[in-house]
Design a protein around this ligand. Structure first.
Ligand SMILES: Nc1ncnc2c1ncn2[C@@H]1O[C@H](COP(=O)(O)OP(=O)(O)OP(=O)(O)O)[C@@H](O)[C@H]1O
Ligand SMILES: [Mg+2]
Length: 423
């Protein structure tokens, strides 16, 4: 049991290992007069180990030279390394080799015989203090290691979460692209389906009026086949659009943009929005310049090859075009357009040294300055039916997956979205 002094400090319990009886008794007296409790006086290293295992003293005062198989150094080594009991050597023996061995057993102090009470007191207190500090240091190191391990696991978990989110976004972008394709096909099919419906209705009438002859059947077949051919062509036009790619590939951004334009231009036309595209090799001012060369008619047919995910890239272009369309429709709805102004979405590709900039400019409502910083945040939307994921997804695709940049630029009228990709 530990006894506490008046200040609440526990009395330190000391084991003395000394084979000279008189010295041992003398030491015991000195220690007790200094306020320590001497739990035992033993003569051999083996005894020191046995008592320490049973009693766990705060400190052991150990003579280096002991009778028996185990000398003081061996015993001290065991006491500190196995039982974490600090040892102070008390010796008159000072030959170099023994001192060297003693040092290796990491003692907490030496005291040379003969010594004074004051000296003994200081050495014991220093040793106890050092041991306490050592213990705290070990504890802190353990905590730090634990923290490090936890941190490592947390970092790994967060990275994995991020990867999962990225995969989900790519997956979502594929689903959106498929949805977009269905809408485009449905739009293209409406007209031929109507025509085929009318032809079938007319067949019944013609039969009732006795008008079905060989020529009639021939005309009807030709017309139906033409409509079906158109429908079938729509499918092949759009299947190119959506070919999921899981690995980065080299692709031509011009071709990818052309495919997006094919997908959306009729729908935009029906909303009275003109979509055009311009390709510039120079750094000349592009804003406000009259549009002259369609990308589709670009005589040079120069390719702009980038590395990445073409379907995800096309999805980004679609997201930006759809936002531009929403913005133009909003402007029209708010009657902010002068009566004869058309909605306009212009895509400008500009090849620079080592990279390409794709700017998508619209003449819609524009982006208010106070939300400029927020539009790329997930779930930020100003639309009643918006989710607010489009631009967030686009930024991840362009910046995380294709090492590019996506940002907005100021425009006097409407908004400009820029994509930069390395070529
Ligand atoms: N061309 C643009 N002109 C004006 N504002 C725009 C334009 N593009 C985006 N914004 C603003 O950025 C916001 C976020 O766009 P984002 O595409 O991320 O989401 P959303 O279009 O609102 O919803 P959804 O997830 O359904 O696409 C929009 O709500 C709109 O306020
Ligand atoms: Mg959107």
């Amino acid at each position: 049991m530990q006894i506490r002094d008046k200040l609440g400090n526990s009395t330190k319990r000391i084991l003395v290992v000394e084979d000279e009886w008189i010295i041992a008794m003398n030491l015991k007296e000195m220690l007790e007069s200094l306020g320590y409790e001497v739990i035992s006086l033993v003569h051999t290293g083996e005894e020191a180990v046995r008592v320490s295992e049973a009693e766990h003293p705060n400190i052991v005062l150990m003579d280096i030279l002991l009778r028996g198989k185990m000398d003081g150094i061996e015993a001290a080594d065991y006491l500190y390394s196995i039982l974490d009991v600090p040892v102070v050597y008390i010796t008159s023996f000072t030959d170099e080799r023994t001192l060297e061995r003693a040092k290796e057993s990491e003692p907490f102090g030496y005291i040379l015989k003969p010594f004074e009470k004051r000296e003994l007191h200081i050495v014991i207190e220093m040793a106890l203090y050092k041991h306490e500090m050592d213990k705290r240091l070990k504890e802190k190191t353990k905590q730090l290691e634990e923290l490090n391990r936890n941190l490592e696991t947390r970092v790994k978990e967060e990275i994995e979460k991020g990867r999962k989110k990225d995969r989900m976004i790519i997956q979502q972008s594929k689903l959106m692209a498929m949805g977009e394709m269905m809408v485009a096909i449905a739009h293209q099919w409406r007209q031929p389906l109507n025509v085929i419906g009318l032809l079938v209705q007319d067949l019944e009438d013609a039969y009732n009026f006795g008008e079905v002859d060989k020529q009639y059947i021939k005309d009807m077949t030709v017309e139906s086949m033409a409509q079906l051919a158109f429908m079938s062509k729509t499918i092949s036009d759009f299947t190119n659009f959506f070919k999921p790619v899981n690995e980065k590939v080299l692709f031509d951004v011009k071709v990818a943009i052309e495919e997006v334009i094919t997908l959306v231009h009729t729908r935009l036309e029906s909303s009275q929005i003109i979509l055009d595209c311009e390709f510039k090799r120079s750094t000349a001012d592009y804003i406000g310049s009259d549009y002259t060369t369609s990308l589709l008619q670009d005589a040079s047919h120069g390719q702009i090859i980038v590395k990445g995910y073409p379907d995800a890239f096309k999805q980004v272009i679609l997201i930006i075009i759809n936002n531009a369309r929403d913005s133009i429709l909003r402007k029209r709805q708010d009657e902010l357009f002068s009566s004869n102004r058309k909605g306009l979405i212009r895509i400008i590709l500009q090849e620079q040294a080592g990279y390409v900039v794709i700017r998508v400019r619209d003449n819609g409502v524009g982006i208010a300055e106070d939300i400029c910083d927020r539009i790329f945040e997930p779930y930020f939307t100003t639309k009643d039916s918006g989710i607010g994921i489009g631009l967030y997804m686009s930024k991840i695709i362009i910046e995380n997956h294709m090492s590019g940049k996506l940002y907005t630029e100021n425009a006097d009228d409407g908004a400009i979205f820029c994509i930069e990709l390395n070529i």
